[in-house]
Design a protein. Sequence first.
Length: 183
Amino acid sequence: MSTRLQTIYGIASACFLILCACAQTGKDPQSASREGKVDPPPTVRPEELKIELTGSGLGRPTVFTLEQLRGMPFTRLDSVVMRRRTAADQVTSWRGPALEGLLAEARIKPGPMTFKLEATDGYQMTCTLQELESAIVALQDGEGRWLTDLNAAGALRLVLPNLTANYWVRDLCRITVEPSDGS
């Protein structure tokens, strides 16, 4: 192979790897190439998975381990349309504890609150309690298979059936609850 073809192949391979890493981490390709590197998604063993509920909007900040989450009553969401902005919609089904139960256990305070949802890869989304209505922490797919056993990203996946998929959070690790001004 000529030197020119080897160079083109090398550049194309590097671009492909950057785009794949960006898709996994939620970073846009432009910022990743400017930074000069793309960090691989963190590797977390199932026994290390947990969700921290924190913030001044809670009466009792709490950490839930995967084992604790698996022991909670599950809600089943069937035929949820995963609405996407940049790809075709997909119909999915999920099982897991209702977020409402986690917030109750952490003693959410009355009044308007803002929820900052964070993933292990640094992805963040902010929303209101109303937007979190019917949300679950999905631990199983619609067929009852544990997401941890499927080796899929998102073993702790916050599914928000009333919002577009960009609000959903794969590998949820923290929810920070803070009072808001109500506007």
